[in-house]
Each structure stands twice: as C-alpha cells, then as structure tokens.
Design a protein around this ligand. Structure first.
Ligand SMILES: Nc1nc2c(ncn2[C@@H]2O[C@H](COP(=O)(O)OP(=O)(O)OP(=O)(O)O)[C@@H](O)[C@H]2O)c(=O)[nH]1
Ligand SMILES: [Mg+2]
Length: 69
C-alpha cells in the first residue's frame, strides 16, 4: 500500500532574469531541460514527491518572474 503524504513543502525559486530558474525547476520536477529559452511571464508550478525514511513528502516548486531587489 502507498504511504500517505506526510508533509507538503512549498519552495519559491527567485533570482534575476535568465539565471536558470525555469531550467532548475523543470530538471527537478520533470527531468527535462528546455532547448529553447523562453522568459517566464507569470508563475509556473511543478511538483515532485520524495520518500524520506518511511514518509512521503510532496515538494511544490513555484517558478516565478518576481524581480529581485
Ligand atoms: N550553461 C548552462 N546554461 C543554463 C543552465 N541553466 C539554464 N541555462 C540557460 O540559461 C538560459 C535561461 O534559462 P531559464 O531557466 O529560462 O532562466 P530563467 O531564470 O527562468 O529566466 P526568466 O524566466 O527570464 O527569469 C537558457 O538559455 C538556458 O538554456 C545551466 O545550468 N548551464
Ligand atoms: Mg523562467
């Protein structure tokens, strides 16, 4: 039987434009690397569930275009 999700942890990736935020997110959640650069205009969202010990943890990753000051 599949273990229930014990925790949900949300991460927000921020950083200057073009530093690789979207690539980092897609590599982590989809195991893909975009071949064409396309600037993020809003917020993208991906998830990945990992198991630590006997607990399943869902990681929610938000990819943003928030300005960094
Ligand atoms: N060499 C190298 N290039 C990378 C890496 N990660 C991303 N890039 C390249 O950097 C460029 C920008 O990547 P994105 O992931 O779209 O960057 P971003 O921070 O999401 O950009 P914005 O959405 O415009 O803020 C792309 O041309 C990627 O191919 C890396 O680890 N190494
Ligand atoms: Mg982006």
């Amino acid at each position: 039987m599949r273990l229930p999700i014990a925790y949900i942890i949300q991460f927000t990736i921020i950083g200057k434009q073009g530093v690789g935020k979207t690539c980092l997110q897609l590599q982590f959640t989809d195991n893909t690397f975009p071949t064409v650069y396309e600037a993020t205009n809003d917020i993208e969202y991906g998830t990945r569930t990992i198991t630590v010990g006997n607990q399943r943890i869902k990681l929610q990753i938000l990819d943003t275009c928030l300005p960094v000051v």
